[in-house]
Design a protein. Structure first.
Length: 627
């Protein structure tokens, strides 16, 4: 027996007989309706109607149409919920009064265990359309009636309720059952439409919310390239309202060719564009994707975009181009060092160009990071670049970037330089004294104009980048020797800070730093013996703080006990012969490399990290010393 289908005459007769037997076994009164039949209170009935409001909203207007085919003076029409409670009944007053005498009014439950064999009870039980005539009803009160019912199903064939039509038995006709069944199917269809509309509305609201809350700018255009939608983030980026309905060309600088997008979709990914918005230039990275109908019709396109500075900020986060050191990281109490610290802290409150001067290893980059982290730019990028370590032919593209197609092997779409990546943040020009002379001219122009030209570009990019420069070179001497431009020096030397060498900082600073490096590299650091302390303080430290840090790391590998002694330090306390200092330094560097390699069992990566140099530099040193 298939759910929802009209039963055959033979099956109908069998089900009526089975129902009669069950009714008799349950003690249902065959003469009068049970006065103890379940009846809802007015409040309970109202609650039931609210629960079935979706069904009733569709069903009740259908009742009106029934009376175009049925006489309201001869028939009543009723609706129940899935539990059999009558929710609504319509007909003439006389018929309603007659139905009330049979407990057939809203609030009564009409299941088989309540009323015995009825068309409603069987429709609820069998989930099929049912028509009973005369004595096919169990109770004699209904023997003069005919009843035709049909179940109404919702999503996943869930029973929602039953439609029932009742009238005098002499008016019985098979067409009435088909009419009720057709009405039930019409109600189901209408409920499906409503459900789809509700789901569609929900999906639309969900998509609207997704579009509205997207962190990227979104523009949707139709096939005529008119703007249909701009999300909230897009309006914030563009700073233009009321774009809906305008052609996309209203955004000057954003030229969209949908034919080309369709022909070459890969070329419309992560494109760069400069828009003129309210007398300002806005640089965007955008992607265009076509929106196509299932039949292949082009409906329009979706444009996703972000400001370049936001992309750079994301790249900074992923790449880790952040400043980690603060002024709390800088340890020292001697007068010259404290003076340098105070100057650095004062410089952080402005965007003035800072020139950090000091010997190699004194901590110039740490000072630069601390200045950045104390400044208003601390949440933005900190980009260091070593001007002396990058070959001259590559330094320009590293600093200023290039446009697409500038040279063979250039990245598709071009590449921003370090100045652009550091926009709204800080760029550290390390070893500025070793910058090639031709690059000094181009750097001077950046300092003068606040603009950079990518290689191959004919338009500049405006930047807001704070510059900190570092050098161990005596720039005034380099100017006299013609190796450094005097005009660039005065542009850089706005806020000069001199960091003293370690040998001039005194015993307290040397020992404080030594103990700091030990504690940073060992869970339970060994104690320095008095002889080790004296040796550290007597040493001239040509590599400064970096050399001291490397010395402590190396000593930890050599020290096996609770004490760190002089023999673990691998240092010479002989007085420095300035004439032979270069040779001594070379010998010392060679010994430092040998000791470090032995301590790490020739692990090149670990050795380079301990020595504070790159692996490439370590290999170069090995070759230089014929090792």
């Amino acid at each position: 027996m298939k759910t929802g289908q009209i039963l055959s005459a033979e099956e109908m007769h069998r089900q009526i007989e089975l129902s009669f037997n069950r009714s008799k076994e349950r003690g249902i009164d065959p003469i009068l309706r049970n006065t103890d039949q379940t009846l809802l209170s007015p409040a309970e009935l109202a609650a039931r109607r609210r629960e079935s409001s979706e069904l009733l909203d569709v069903l009740l207007p259908q009742f009106k149409e029934f009376y175009n085919f049925l006489s309201p003076t001869e028939f009543v029409i009723a609706a129940t919920d899935s539990d059999g409670y009558i929710l609504h009944i319509e007909g003439s007053n006389d018929l309603i009064e007659s139905a009330a005498r049979r407990n057939c009014i809203p609030g009564y439950r009409w299941t088989e265990k309540d009323v015995g064999t009825t068309a409603i009870a069987l429709a609820l039980k069998l989930k099929s359309p049912i028509q009973l005539i005369g004595d096919e009803h169990y109770c004699q009160q209904a023997h003069g009636l005919t009843s035709s019912t049909a179940p109404v199903f919702g999503k996943a064939k869930k029973l929602l309720g039953v439609i029932a039509v009742s009238g005098p038995s002499e008016k019985a006709h098979p067409h009435t059952l088909y009419m009720v069944t057709t009405a039930a199917r019409a109600v189901e269809q209408q409920l499906r439409v409503l459900r789809r509309n509700q789901e569609l509305a929900l999906n639309v609201r969900f998509l609207d919310q997704v579009i509205a809350t997207s962190r990227m700018g979104l523009i949707i255009i139709n096939s005529e390239k008119h703007i249909w939608r701009v999300n909230r983030r897009g309006t914030e980026i563009l700073k233009v309202k009321n774009l809906v309905g305008q052609p996309i060309s209203a955004l000057k600088g954003l030229a969209i060719d949908l034919d080309d997008v369709q022909a070459r979709p890969e070329s419309w990914i992560n494109k760069e564009s400069r828009l003129k918005v309210k007398n300002q230039t806005l640089t965007l990275i955008y992607t265009v994707q076509l929106v196509m109908a299932p039949d292949g019709e082009r409906l329009g396109a979706l444009i996703t975009f972000s400001e370049v500075k936001e992309i750079y900020k994301l790249a900074d986060t992923i790449a880790g181009t952040r400043a980690h050191f603060t002024f709390d990281s800088l340890v020292g109490s001697c007068g010259p060092f404290v003076e340098a610290l105070n100057l650095a802290k004062r410089s952080a409150s402005s965007d003035t160009t800072v020139l950090l001067q000091g010997e190699t290893g004194t901590g110039k980059e740490l000072f630069a990071q601390a200045i950045h982290n104390l400044s208003d730019r601390s949440q933005n990028a900190f980009i260091p670049i070593n001007c002396g370590a990058i070959p001259a032919n590559l330094l320009e593209s590293e600093l200023f970037g290039y446009v697409e197609g500038t040279f063979t092997g250039a990245s598709k779409g071009g590449k921003p330089g370090k100045f652009e990546l550091a926009n709204t943040g800080t760029i550290l020009l390390d070893e500025i004294g070793d910058m090639p002379h031709n690059m000094q001219v181009k750097l001077l122009r950046v300092l003068q104009t606040g603009e950079v030209y990518r290689i191959g570009a004919n338009k500049p990019v405006k930047i807001d980048t704070r510059i900190i420069a570092c050098t161990h070179v005596n720039l005034l001497q380099a100017i006299r020797e013609g190796r450094f431009r005097e005009d660039l020096y005065y542009r850089l030397n706005v806020f000069p800070i001199v960091i003293p060498p370690l040998k001039e900082r005194g015993r307290a600073d040397i020992l404080s730093l030594a103990e700091l490096f030990l504690s940073e590299n060992a869970a339970t650091p060994p104690k320095l013996t008095q002889d080790a302390c004296d040796t550290l303080c007597a040493y001239h430290w040509p590599g400064n703080v970096r050399e001291l840090e490397n010395c402590m790391q190396r000593a930890l590998h050599l020290c096996e006990g609770r004490e760190l002694r002089t023999e673990h330090l691998s240092l010479s306390t002989a007085p420095v012969d300035k004439a032979a200092q270069t040779g001594t330094l070379e010998e010392m560097n060679r010994k430092m490399i040998v000791d470090t390699l032995e301590a790490t069992h020739h692990n090149m990566a670990q050795s380079a990290k301990i020595l504070g140099i790159s692996r490439a530099t370590l290999y170069r040193k090995l070759k230089q010393y014929n090792m």
